[in-house]
Write a protein that binds this ligand. Structure first.
Ligand code: NAD
Length: 496
């Protein structure tokens, strides 16, 4: 793999802009490797990008949606062409295994093809008027300039989830990616450029959330902020956007649980738990971090879980043999270490892992051992707070009712899962679980792009991404009445 650092630049009004000050993005499997350098942008860069997006909006909103969507379709084709290159870059930049990085890019492809189709729909409604010779309908109209603030864990998929529906709907965008994945954001923006999107329609501004992100929230010419990231940052963004009267869509943290009932297919539930807990090194908002095991199967299931966990291969994401990669950066490593201290002090028992991985091959990376904690109770902090690492907490349950109550006993509500062969319980779970997503006999991870994605409680603020639900984020409804009677007709008065 080519290890020459990529020089990332801001992309404003169709131009790549050289920056006076640069920061570095490093490989989390070997921090000696600089994967990319990127601008440490300031408020002036944000102002230029917003001005360009505002200018471009005037003409972009008038391009017919099916024509806009042809460019989005082209984005999908170019992503496919550059899939392997992007996947390799992603594995080096944020650490996840190649198979998962390919999946991340594929999610962008799927998203492009799905929203390209939406460009020929974007349906409104026609409905009868209560008055004669009057026509009533609704149409979707774009909002204007959208700020898209994204995390590092899905560096292609999440920006695509936001950018592609926003563009099809006629908005212009400013992407502010996480600093850990500036290189992936740069290649994605190259693809937007090559797909023929006009200058100013897509803009990229790298840099710190506290500077670039904050300015986007405050800027009077931004109409919408779509944010995916931590609940702490999300709360601040929600408050600022309330004060500055912006539409805001928040996709935040999770504390997802998988239930395994005594009648479950245990082999299937085991595969699901391993993938749900350790996929992307547990750094998914939908990761399984609590495993609720029925007491009748707990001992047998735990033994198998430990055996299989010990076989998972930890390593560099770019290595084909790796099944679980490093954590994304030193702050994440420290966070997971801290939670292990908390777990021990709360009385949890470490069954496997629990430490920074110290083998020679890991010495320049942010590797943490795959960790399973037992004797966890629902009130412990490790059962309530998002850890975002390869740490799975086992909680014993006595009954189905007990399982649902414990699963729901969290501030979050993103994903959930139950393994059971009892159809009645499955349907009760679908009804009673408080989460945006519920899987029956599947792990908590694995969203598909044509269905709504998002959560309840502190996971979000009621919006959904993906699917046709995203159109409600990126458009306003306009209601239109056409009176062809040639006279004044008064609703609620003249027809009574
Ligand atoms: P983060 O909140 O630290 O950062 C996310 C983005 O916000 C980054 O681009 C960052 O630069 C920017 N930012 C930071 N402070 C800001 C501020 N004050 N104003 C404006 N922008 C600011 O999150 P992260 O560490 O990159 O990602 C991990 C978190 O994201 C986890 O909590 C995870 O659960 C969550 N996440 C949620 C979803 C979901 O869809 N619900 C998906 C992926 C990740």
């Amino acid at each position: 793999m080519n290890s020459t650092p990529l020089t990332c630049r801001n992309y404003i009004d169709g131009n790549w802009i050289d920056a006076p000050t640069l920061k570095e993005s490093r490989n989390p499997a070997d921090w000696r490797e600089v994967v990319a350098t990127f601008p440490n942008s300031d408020v002036e860069d944000v102002n230029k990008a917003v001005a360009a997006a505002r200018r471009a909006y005037k003409t972009w909103r008038l391009v017919p949606a099916p024509v806009r969507s042809e460019m989005v379709h082209r984005v999908g084709e170019l992503l496919l062409e550059r899939k392997e290159e992007l996947a390799n870059l992603m594995s080096r930049e944020m650490g996840k295994p190649l198979t998962e990085s390919r999946g991340d890019v594929q999610e962008g492809v799927d998203c492009a093809f799905y929203y390209a189709g939406e460009g020929r729909r974007l349906f409104g409604q026609t409905t009868p008027s209560e008055l004669n010779n009057k026509f009533a309908m609704t149409v979707r109209v774009p909002l204007g300039v959208c700020a898209l603030i994204t995390p590092w864990n899905f560096p292609v998929a999440i920006p695509c989830w936001k950018a592609l529906p926003a563009l099809v709907c006629g908005n212009t965008i400013i992407l502010k990616p996480a600093q850990d994945t500036s290189a992936c954001a740069t290649i994605l923006t190259e693809i937007f450029h090559d797909a023929g999107l006009p200058p100013g329609v897509v803009n990229l501004v790298h840099g710190a959330g506290q500077v670039v992100g904050r300015e986007l929230l405050e800027h009077p010419d931004i109409d919408l902020v779509s944010f995916t990231g931590s609940s702490t940052t999300g709360a601040e963004i929600g408050a600022t956007c309330g004060r500055t009267h912006k539409r805001v869509c928040l996709e935040l943290g999770g504390k997802n649980a998988q239930i395994v009932m005594e009648d479950a297919d245990l082999e299937l539930a085991l595969e699901g738990a391993l993938w749900g807990a350790f996929g992307t090194t547990g750094q998914r908002c939908t990761a399984t971090s609590r495993l609720l095991l029925h007491r009748d199967i707990k001992a047998e299931f735990t033994a198998k879980l430990l055996e299989q966990t010990s076989k998972l291969r930890l390593g560099a994401g770019a290595d084909d043999q790796t099944q679980v990669g490093p954590l994304v950066n030193s702050a994440q490593l420290e966070r997971v270490k801290d939670y292990l201290e908390i777990a021990r002090s709360e009385g949890a028992k470490v069954l496997i892992g629990g430490e920074v991985a110290t083998e020679e091959k890991f010495k320049y990376g942010y590797f943490f051992q795959l960790t399973i904690l037992d004797e966890v109770t629902p009130t412990m902090r490790i059962a309530r707070e998002e850890i975002f690492g390869p740490v799975l907490a086992l909680i014993e349950i006595d009954s189905f009712e007990d399982a649902i109550a414990i699963l729901n006993d969290t501030a979050y509500g993103l994903s959930s899962s139950i393994y059971t062969r009892d159809v009645n319980r499955a349907f009760q779970a679908m009804r009673d679980i408080e989460a945006g997503i519920t899987y029956i006999n599947g792990p908590t991870i694995g969203a598909e792009v044509h269905l709504p994605f998002g959560g309840v409680k502190q996971t979000g603020n009621g919006h959904r991404e993906a699917g046709s639900a995203a159109l409600d984020v990126f458009t306003e409804w306009k209601t239109i009445y056409v009176d062809f009677s040639g006279r004044l007709q008064r609703a609620q008065i003249d027809n009574r």
